[in-house]
Write a protein that binds this ligand. Structure first.
Ligand code: ZN
Length: 74
């Protein structure tokens, strides 16, 4: 029971803290998320654009998948 109360108290503190600094920081955070630059690169084989982090690196460039890399380079 004691732990439950401590747990609830901790939750309350976290909740208070979050709502307190909430409005301003969530606003800027969402703004930043929207403005976050994701590098889009075209697949050399089919031309589809995908995020750089999802691209497959090939000898000549980037591809959307290993299958397309293989198709293009062989
Ligand atoms: Zn492709």
């Amino acid at each position: 029971m004691k732990y439950l109360l401590l747990f609830l108290l901790a939750l309350l503190i976290i909740w208070q803290w979050r709502t307190h600094r909430g409005n301003k920081s969530t606003h800027t955070a969402s703004k930043r998320r929207n403005a976050l630059p994701i590098d889009m690169v075209p697949c050399l084989d089919c031309g589809v654009h995908l995020a750089l982090q999802d691209a497959v690196q090939g000898k000549e460039g980037l591809y959307c998948s290993a299958a397309h890399r293989q198709r293009h380079e062989h």
